[in-house]
Design a protein around this ligand. Structure first.
Ligand code: NZQ
Ligand code: ZN
Length: 387
């Protein structure tokens, strides 16, 4: 096991009606609050009303319209509003896109230049930020308990990730009932995203982090058990609550403890798919993950894939390659069974920009420092494989 530091500063308030305590819990953060949300789902399902009711007595400024794959233009707008209204803290109500956008705004108010600059160079990100509280409405990204955010620039077709310890949410309110209205497709995409976060950590050169591997397998089993239930019955509380908590645990650094830690190759490749085609992150991951698994299966990786086969899919075979291939195929069919695309064509992608996308994935995501190092030509082959 490797040495590690682990510090999780986010308070999680989980369960039915938890948002009613938002107003009381937000008191230390000031009076002027910016409430950010997406394209309107939180208005339609009544979540926003509950948030606003809990915040009664605060000076509330609303900023809706954060798009899926949130844009730098919206970040700029948010920063301008936050400065004009002298905002003390932000409440982000939504999925990963709204929360990520709020993180960029929270830091961006202390940055005296264009925020795209800190997306290009993370070291420029300010060392302070407005306090951020979140009300999660979609189980997927884990943004509610981490310091990551991902922003897209349509002028340059770039989708870039940034990390800062200063924008980790102070408190996240997680009511599984708020996810009852997430449609089948987004539920499936969220499940694929959670599983991908686990895979990116599970497949690591250090195989001595037994605790982490077991946690990864438990969370993968949770997704495999409850993803299909939530897709079939969106109001199944047990399924929604287990997925919601699994989503948080998958990417709050708990799983990384004791691991070597490698670059996230599949995420690196997917961010380019979204940046060029604006497809949903989880759908891109469902397409790429099995193709990546097939591509990296070799003598160095087969033992881990055979372990994955047995622990997660119950596949036992003396032939390790046979077990690994079956597990990869089960993974692919699992995503398809949730209604997710298996190829880019199925996702409606017509153009191929593979060389450009591979160059960016390689440069922005350091894919040569991944579990299985990928050069640009490897990435092009993986894109081709799942076209
Ligand atoms: O915009 P609204 O109207 O709210 O609708 C959203 C959106 O259309 C809808 N939705 C959310 N909650 C709902 C709901 N619809 C009905 N009922 C609800 N309760 O779902 C759609 C997708 O929402 P979005 O926030 O885009 O989804 P997600 O949470 O998957 O976030 C995706 C973004 O997060 C980034 C992705 O790249 C992508 O940009 N990621 C962020 C990470 C992080 N911060 O750690 C890590 C991830 O790997 C990921 O890269
Ligand atoms: Zn992801």
């Amino acid at each position: 096991m490797q040495n590690f530091n682990f510090n999780l500063p986010t308070e999680i308030v989980f369960g039915k009606d938890c948002v009613s305590s938002l107003g009381k819990k937000a008191a230390p953060y000031g009076k002027n609050v910016l409430v950010m949300y997406g394209g309107g789902s939180v208005k339609r399902n009544g979540v926003l009303d509950k948030v606003l009711a809990s915040l009664e007595g605060y000076n509330i400024t609303e900023l809706g319209g954060v798009e899926p794959n949130p844009r730098i233009t919206t970040v700029r707008k948010g920063i301008a509003v936050a400065k004009e209204k002298k905002i003390d803290f932000i409440v982000a109500v939504g999925g990963g896109s709204t929360i990520d956008c709020a993180k960029a705004v929270a830091g961006g108010v202390y940055f005296n230049d264009d925020p795209w600059l800190f997306m290009l160079d993370n070291s420029l990100f300010p060392t302070k930020a407005l306090p951020l509280l979140t009300v999660l409405t979609l189980a997927a990204t884990g943004s509610e308990m981490n310091g990551n955010f991902v922003i897209t620039n349509w002028e340059t077709n770039d989708k870039l990730a940034c990390f800062s310890p200063f924008i980790i949410p102070k408190i996240s309110f997680m009511d599984p009932e708020f996810t009852f209205t997430v449609n089948k497709y987004q539920t499936a995409c969220g499940t694929a995203d959670i599983m991908s976060h686990i895979f990116e950590v599970y497949f690591d050169p250090n195989d001595e982090a037994f605790v982490s591997d077991k946690l990864c397998e438990a969370l993968l089993l949770t997704c495999i058990k409850y993803g299909p239930v939530a897709v079939k019955d969106p109001t199944d509380y047990e399924a929604r609550s287990n997925l919601m908590w699994a989503g948080t645990l998958a990417i709050n650094k708990l799983l990384n403890c004791g691991k070597q830690g490698v670059s996230w190759a599949v995420h690196g490749m997917e961010h380019q798919l979204s940046a060029y085609h604006d497809i949903t992150h989880g759908a891109g991951l469902a397409i790429l993950t099995p193709a990546w698994m097939e591509y990296v299966l070799c003598d160095e990786t087969v033992d881990k894939f055979a372990r994955y086969a047995e622990a997660v899919w119950g596949i036992k075979d003396d032939d390790k390659y046979a077990a690994a291939r079956q597990a990869i195929s089960r993974t692919k069919y699992f995503f398809a069974s949730l209604g997710l695309p298996s190829t880019q064509r199925e996702a409606g992608i017509k153009e191929k920009y593979f060389a450009e996308m591979a160059e960016k994935a390689h440069r922005f995501s350091d894919t040569e420092a991944a579990y299985f190092p990928l050069k640009e030509e490897d990435i092009v082959k993986i894109y081709e494989k799942c076209y």
